[in-house]
Design a protein around this ligand. Structure first.
Ligand code: ATP
Ligand code: MG
Ligand code: MG
Ligand code: MG
Length: 441
């Protein structure tokens, strides 16, 4: 059988994937309850190909392809956070009410906070963010010295928010993944420097993903602090309204401006408006949280000083959906190359067709790719549904957006065999021998 050749690594085959394939539009509508709940392209496409399945309003099952893409995204995030000295931690989701009462956010957060009680009657929330928890954690370390600063702690965890209107699929869930970083510095100047460092890491991240982004001045909202920016992807369905100055590159969320503002506050040039999806948010918090929980460090004179803090969020599941929203056509999902769930899809001929003899050639190609191209190990998928025509399977592959689709048609029977290689991100189609394919990949 295709999925298990003796003495060989197991081949990944599509027929074994736990993934509903290609639902019709009406089937997708019925998944989300009513048609009106299908609110954007990424949500529709992700449901159609079975990347996500609704579990309850604002909560989704993430299916195998999506988990792979998310793990890749988390790896890129880890690289960028650790390149600036970030240390990864993981804090509990169950967050005791007393932490939130200490900052008054138990009341301020209102109905967005999902609250619950344990068997002893003790109150908790399911954490929507972790400023309180991380500050209490750092405050518990009494011997923190200025020599250990800046301290950059981050995590990638599920967050819970009882959104009044969960919608747009993964873009606005009630349960979602966030990367949140918290920084501790010895002075306001040092904290500003760290703020710049994290913003630069965010810029590099979005550049590496190949996504068009904007950094806009923003409101501090319920997190608080004195300085804040949002990283926004400009898209029509975005819920944020932004202004941009084409001459001096000032940009801001309209939340912080008088709306009637048509003139750039920096250069007095005319402002243009655009919509955006907020994918990241940075805050300079000063001592707002450290003063509440007593997060101190010992300074160069041996005295105790309050830590200067910053906090920095990235919407991990939101970035996945937003990338699909930005890069895809109405019919075909396209991913940032770094995040595509599988890099290569191989399509052998239909069973019983004239070219069926080329099936073995494709299996050899599969083994050669995974044995000689180390970074493609686990990245190649064989579409073994040979009861379907090549054309039908190509349509599915187009829809899912593998960066490379390799087809064995008539020319796979030539000596040497030639494969049709479709580079989905450039639209290029080339015919290559096995050696040519290995070289290209
Ligand atoms: P929004 O304005 O979209 O409600 P927010 O300002 O409330 O977002 P933050 O508190 O700044 O969100 O959280 C940090 C990041 O977490 C956001 O920039 C966003 O990328 C992500 N995020 C926030 N809420 C959600 C949600 N409901 N679903 C998915 N991602 C979210
Ligand atoms: Mg919000
Ligand atoms: Mg916001
Ligand atoms: Mg925000």
């Amino acid at each position: 059988s295709h999925h298990c050749a003796p003495g060989k690594r197991q081949r990944l085959v599509l027929s074994r994937m736990f993934q509903p394939q290609n639902l019709r539009e009406d089937q997708v509508f019925s998944l989300e309850g009513k048609a009106g709940d299908l609110t954007c392209k990424s949500q529709r496409l992700m449901l159609q190909v079975g990347l996500i399945l609704p579990a309850s309003p604002g909560c989704y099952h993430l299916m195998p392809y999506t988990v792979r893409a998310m793990e890749k995204l988390v790896r890129v995030i880890d690289q960028e956070m650790q390149a600036i000295g970030g240390q990864k931690i993981n804090m509990p989701t169950l967050s005791p009410a007393e932490l939130w009462r200490a900052t008054s956010r138990w009341d301020l957060m209102g109905r967005e906070l999902l609250r619950l009680r344990d068997r002893h009657g003790k109150e908790y929330c399911l954490a929507p963010t972790h400023e309180e928890a991380v500050t209490a954690l750092v405050a518990s370390q009494k011997k923190l010295s200025y020599k250990q600063l800046p301290l950059l702690l981050y995590q990638v965890t599920r967050k819970f928010r009882d959104e009044p209107r969960p919608r747009f699929g993964l873009l606005r869930g009630r349960e979602f993944y966030m990367k949140d970083m918290y920084t501790f510095d010895s002075s306001p100047e040092a904290a500003q420097e760290t703020y710049g460092l994290v913003c630069d890491a965010y810029s590099r991240l979005f550049d590496r993903l190949g996504l068009p982004w904007m950094k806009a001045r923003a409101d501090v909202g319920s997190i608080g602090g004195t300085k804040s920016h949002e990283f926004q992807l400009p898209v029509d369905i975005g819920e944020d309204r932004l202004v941009v100055c084409p001459s001096c590159h000032f940009s801001a969320n309209t939340e912080i401006l008088d709306l009637s503002q048509k003139i750039c506050p920096d250069c007095q040039g005319p402002l243009t408006e655009t919509k955006g999806i907020e994918v990241g948010h940075t805050f300079y918090l000063s001592t707002k949280y450290s003063s509440v929980f007593g997060a101190h460090f010992t300074n160069a004179h041996g005295d105790s000083s309050l830590a200067e803090m910053g906090c920095y969020g990235l919407g991990v599941t939101r970035i996945l959906a937003a990338a699909i929203e930005v890069l895809s056509t109405e019919d075909y999902i396209r991913w940032p190359s770094l995040l595509a769930p599988y890099q290569v899809c191989l399509i052998p001929p239909k069973k019983g067709s004239k070219e069926a003899a080329a099936t073995e050639t494709v299996e050899h190609l599969y083994d050669d790719i995974t044995e000689t191209v180390a970074q493609l190990r686990g990245e190649v998928l064989l579409d073994d549904r040979t009861h379907l025509t090549i054309g039908n399977r190509l349509k599915d592959a187009d829809k899912l957006g593998y960066p490379f689709v390799i087809i064995a048609g008539k020319r796979a029977l030539e000596d040497p065999a030639h494969f049709e290689v479709r580079c989905q991100n450039t639209g290029e189609v080339v015919f290559l021998t096995k050696e040519g394919v290995l070289q290209l990949l």
